[in-house]
Write a protein that binds this ligand. Structure first.
Ligand SMILES: [Zn+2]
Length: 91
């Protein structure tokens, strides 16, 4: 289903009118109505952009909460040994 809307008027007070040519026009300003597709491409792009920003944040939050429940002691030891290995390779 394709919906029509006027880009200039408030969507609350819009009503459709048929012009003498047979096309749908805005009842308030008389401007041609614009087709409103079900899903706009802009909405998809905005969703992808928002997801790419929010997903890493959500992931870090989950990771932080998990770490607070079970503090990973093994990870610190692993990091220490890794640092030693790095130091040895540098010097
Ligand atoms: Zn209008």
């Amino acid at each position: 289903m394709v919906r029509y809307y006027c880009p200039y008027c408030n969507p609350k007070y819009q009503f459709q009118k048929q012009s003498s040519k047979g096309t749908l026009i805005c009842g308030l300003c008389g401007e041609d109505l614009v087709k409103k597709p079900f899903i706009r491409l802009n909405q998809i792009i905005a969703l992808v952009a928002a997801a790419s920003l929010l997903l890493p944040l959500i992931y870090t939050f989950i990771f932080l909460i998990k770490n607070q429940i079970n503090p990973p002691n093994k990870n610190y030891q692993a990091n220490k040994t890794l640092m030693i290995i790095i130091k040895k390779t540098i010097s």
